[in-house]
Design a protein around this ligand. Structure first.
Ligand code: SF4
Length: 488
């Protein structure tokens, strides 16, 4: 713990070295690549409440069609929406961007102005955006206070403020001008990479000696390798709803696949038949794959990759209407069954509720039949949050698909039959989710649902050594979930 008040000079010196190897915040990157104030302004508008990689892809698509105010003026709001989706608040941002060329022409001779006071007169430009454009595009002194700057400056006790605007004003009064240009880049990179809003990495933080850590719940340090479940004694298993395998392939799927380093990987919503996929995913070195796509093209479908060849593979649940939708694969190994499933969505107005509940019943019958012989694991997108703790807004979703009383009862019945939710065996804490809506920047705000599970039969719970949610892996609106399961 620090013995003296927080020293910002010391912190900045350490952070300059520390973040040199981090990913550059997207707006700085675009500025470095283009030195074009129009592109910096546009990218900054896109970046609000949006992950950097999403902003980068949206900016690339938009600049390919509109690299200046003139060409942007030729696009309709609907076209801009299509180009920038899924950035947060894409509809409002598309509207602001459509209005931008006229506002620049009318008030600033078609040029991007270089003062905060002028910039905030433009549509969709608040103080944060304006400050960032002034510093990044024009290299003029201003202090951009985003959520990371506001959070970290208060955490360190450098300011005591309630809002980003108050923080900006306090920093204008106290922060030495030599830091104004760089403070946002440093703190954004550090806030994204190490001092994350939830469970910061205090265990590997260069500021550990300086930081007061007031009110902080640090991330658990990595478990000693010697006691961590290792591949020799456990099966590492992953389940991931990829929401379109062809789409996720373009968003780093193979890198994530290898990073997860699993013995068995179950995918849901592959939305493709194997023939539509490149060889790089059809035959991943070291794995064999089994596919159960839906009859309808571009819909549903599951697949399982395994390092070890199973004794037997079963397709579906033996009922035509379920199996036509490519929802279940069961792999039999010598001492367990691995059931990979994509449960139906009850849909708006709970139109498919009856279908889903029948599926739950058929699945329970299937699991019980298998559990009579050996251990059973059920994994996949079950399309239902079990308890209130498993979604960010339970009250607002009581009658919505995925949290209706009937669907929760369907899952409860499976659990009451002895199939335990492995994640909750290890993690009682709230705010752990596996799915976030693409709308309203839900993932950035962690307004999510936990609807992806590994369940294990009652007699085999003691074989589960670890259960995790990998919410740092992007590419889909779901993230992977995993367990380590003891070998016998
Ligand atoms: S990671 Fe921990 S020690 Fe480092 S700045 Fe954040 S709260 Fe402080």
């Amino acid at each position: 713990m620090p013995a003296s008040p927080f020293s910002l000079d010391a912190a900045v010196r350490l952070l300059r070295k520390e973040v040199a190897g981090y990913q550059v915040p997207i707006v700085d990157l675009i500025a470095a690549q283009t030195e074009d104030p129009f592109k910096v302004l546009t990218a900054t508008i896109l970046s609000a409440r949006t992950k950097d990689e999403v902003t980068a892809a949206a900016a690339r698509r938009l600049f390919a069609r509109a690299e200046n105010a003139e060409t942007l003026a030729s696009l309709s709001v609907a076209e801009i929406e299509q180009l920038i989706f899924p950035v947060g608040f894409f509809r409002s941002k598309a509207k602001y961007l459509a209005e931008l060329p006229a506002a620049l022409a009318r008030d600033f001779g078609g040029n991007v102005p270089d003062t905060v006071e002028e910039l905030i007169r433009l549509p969709g430009v608040g103080r944060k955006t304006a400050n960032l454009v002034v510093t990044v595009a024009f290299k003029k002194p201003a202090i951009c206070v985003d959520t990371h700057v506001h959070r970290l400056m208060n955490l360190w006790g450098y300011v005591q403020t309630a809002t980003p605007l108050e923080t900006e004003m306090a920093l204008r009064a106290t922060l030495p001008q030599e830091y104004w240009l760089e403070i946002n880049s440093l703190l954004v990179a550090f806030g994204q990479g190490t001092c994350k809003p939830r469970f910061p990495h205090c265990d590997r933080c260069v500021l550990a000696e300086l930081c007061p850590r007031t009110g902080i719940i640090p991330r658990k340090p990595p478990v000693d390798k010697k006691v961590q479940p290792d591949n020799a004694s456990t099966w590492r298993m992953v389940s991931w709803n990829v929401n379109g395998l062809r789409a996720v392939l373009e968003k780093g799927f193979l890198e994530a696949f290898h990073r997860l380093d699993a013995d068995i990987v179950a995918l849901q919503e592959i939305k493709a038949v194997p023939e539509q996929l490149p060889a790089a995913v059809r035959s991943i070195p070291g794995y064999q794959a089994w596919w159960h796509p839906a009859k309808k093209r571009g819909y549903s479908g599951v697949a399982v990759f395994s390092r070890k060849k199973p004794l037997n593979v079963m397709y579906g649940l033996g009922r035509e209407d379920f199996d036509a939708e490519g929802r279940v694969l069961t792999l039999e190994f010598s001492d367990f069954y691995f059931v990979a499933a994509y449960f139906p969505n009850a849909q708006d107005g709970l139109k498919r509720l009856a279908f889903k509940l029948e599926f739950c019943q058929a699945m329970l019958t299937h699991l019980n039949r298998l559990a009579a012989k050996k251990s059973v694991l059920l994994c996949g997108d079950l399309n239902v949050a079990h308890q209130e703790i498993d979604l960010a807004n339970p009250k607002a979703n009581v009658h919505n698909p995925g949290f209706s009383p009937e669907e929760r009862a369907g899952l409860e019945e499976i659990m009451q039959a002895g199939y335990a939710d492995t994640f909750r065996l290890f993690h009682p804490e709230p705010h752990r989710y596996s799915w976030w809506s693409y709308r309203t920047a839900a993932r950035e705000r962690n307004v999510g649902w936990r609807i992806d599970y590994f369940l294990v039969d009652a007699k085999s719970q003691d074989r589960v050594r670890e259960a995790e949610i990998h919410d740092d892996i992007l590419g889909s609106d779901h993230c992977p979930v995993s367990i380590a399961f003891a070998r016998r």
